[in-house]
Design a protein around this ligand. Structure first.
Ligand code: GLN
Length: 261
């Protein structure tokens, strides 16, 4: 992936700083390259002299969120979501305290759905973490294909891929991640995609999300740096290749050059 070729432009020193990432259930929630998000966060920190400390939390672990700066939850099939659901609920109080304290949490698709109060699978409504005022129903057909979203947290359009049966409904006044300019998003009807709440970003965008959208990656890192060290200023990176890839996809989609199946 082109993100691997970036170099720090000015090598801005960050003085022995470390960010701890908790990657929840990587062995189950890992659709469409979602674990590439962790690789991207790692590299973009290292290129700036910030040490990434990645803690992989597996289903049989009992993690502590104290000292964690960024939580990441990827997407998965209903079967995998069902397996992690009870484990996640056991951590609800700790995760909620983390979020209310301004902790950074990024969740993709299946992980995003579990941030809400419930998720309706084919034959069962499972309880979610209730971190954000949203819930998810099931719909037919699945919403599948490329997606482009305009969001205030990214200077570039967010590009990626979605594949979900779930239709996510935001509560009154809840802020979406952005507006769908191509594809389906939360429910295929409202034109909204994802959610923003404090330092939580929930989205249906796989791809993986962060290597394709360096602005989103830097937003997460900057917010974690702000919370931990009181400075959100990140040294610039040479993102020429990432931005070229992002732009090519954006223009191909907007010009109708991609045939969605
Ligand atoms: N199982 C969920 C759905 O179909 C999430 C899928 C995903 O993470 N891509 O809606």
């Amino acid at each position: 992936m082109s993100a691997m070729t970036s170099q720090a432009v000015d090598g801005a020193p960050t003085g022995g700083r470390t960010l701890r990432i908790a990657h929840l259930y990587p062995e189950l929630l890992n659709l469409y390259g979602d674990s590439g998000n962790i690789l991207c966060l790692r590299r973009r920190m290292e290129w700036r002299g910030i040490t990434p400390d990645v803690m992989e939390v597996r289903v049989d672990d009992t993690p502590s969120f104290s000292g964690v700066d960024i939580v990441f939850i990827g997407g998965g099939s209903d079967r995998e979501q069902r397996i992690v659901c009870d484990k996640l609920l056991a951590e609800r109080a700790e995760i909620r305290a983390f979020v209310e304290d301004g902790g950074v949490l990024a969740a993709v698709c299946g992980g995003y759905q579990l941030l809400g109060s419930s998720y309706l699978m084919a034959d069962e409504r499972v309880e979610g973490l209730s971190l954000v005022d949203l819930y998810t129903d099931h719909g037919d057909p699945r919403l599948i294909g490329n997606i482009v979203v305009e969001s205030p947290i990214s200077p570039q359009p967010i590009v990626g891929y979605e594949n979900h049966g779930g239709r996510t409904h935001l509560g009154e006044g809840v802020t979406p991640l952005g507006r769908v300019v191509y594809g389906h998003g939360n429910d295929g009807v409202t034109g909204y995609e994802g959610v923003l709440y404090k330092n939580v970003v929930g989205t249906y965008v796989h791809g993986p999300l962060l290597p394709k959208n360096p602005g989103v990656a830097d937003c997460l890192i900057a917010r974690a740096m702000e919370r931990k060290y009181g400075t959100a200023e990140l040294g610039p990176l040479d993102d020429a290749e990432e931005l070229a890839a992002n732009q090519v996809m954006y223009h191909r989609l907007m010009a109708g050059e991609v045939r969605e199946s």
